[in-house]
Design a protein around this ligand. Structure first.
Ligand code: DC
Length: 212
């Protein structure tokens, strides 16, 4: 079984993906880490974020073990990842790795922006996780504040809007809800309730599949 979980930044997609992968015993690939690692490696080696050929070669030879989780998770890494992920040669360099993971024997769960549309259009279940930008920003802002970052809520809203715009309007594999995906709106939900809702949605899709 392949489960594809896509959605917007700070929508709860990552937590939902982790919890569903554990529930169904599926290996999980957080595909955003590939773009984050590509961007971090480029920044470390002073490769400009628009040097498509060099970025693609970095992406093609990535070893995720070279990166600390904490460096991948920063706001700057997320922003830089969004920039490099708009480059077609970078996406191409990362395609096979993701596709091979999706086709693992025994199934897989992947989360990202284009899993249901490009990486695994054949997925058994597709979810699109989203929430109002103000709500997503507030969650992100609380995390940042807890880590001592003095950024304002308005600035975080602005940054998320910018990120959504870039991810959803790029020409190659834009972040988009697949036609056959189920929408999980987490705006008014706690993370526990969001996970429950996602699990119920997966079960409903699987039950439908078993009847036909
Ligand atoms: O999910 P995330 O915040 O870790 O993703 C970081 C950026 O990487 C995101 O802004 C867009 C890009 N991305 C992508 O283009 N395609 C994916 N499958 C996953 C992430």
């Amino acid at each position: 079984m392949i489960i594809a979980i896509d959605g917007t930044t700070a929508s709860g997609k990552g937590t939902i993906a982790k919890r569903l992968a554990a529930w169904y015993g599926l290996p999980h690939m957080d595909t955003g880490r590939l773009y984050r690692a590509t961007a971090i490696a480029a920044l470390k080696h002073s490769v400009p974020l628009n040097d498509e050929a060099r970025l693609a070669s970095i992406a093609a030879s990535l070893d995720l073990d070279d990166f600390e989780e904490s460096e991948l998770r920063t706001a700057d890494a997320g922003k830089a990842a969004s920039v490099v992920s708009a480059l077609p040669l970078v996406r191409k360099a990362l395609f096979e790795l993701q596709r091979a993971f999706a086709l693992r024997e025994g199934g897989a769960l992947l989360d990202g922006r284009d899993i249901g549309t490009v990486i695994a259009p054949d997925a058994d279940v597709k979810l699109w996780v989203d929430a109002a930008v103000e709500q997503r920003a507030e969650r992100r802002w609380k995390e940042l504040r807890a880590n001592g970052d003095g950024v304002t809520l308005d600035r975080v809203i602005e940054q998320l809007r910018e990120r959504d715009m870039r991810d959803q309007n790029r020409a190659d594999a834009p972040a988009k809800m697949a036609a056959d995906a189920v929408l999980i709106d987490t705006t008014d939900l706690t993370i526990e309730a969001a996970v429950e809702k996602a699990l119920a949605a997966v079960e409903a899709v699987l039950a439908r599949g078993n009847r036909t």
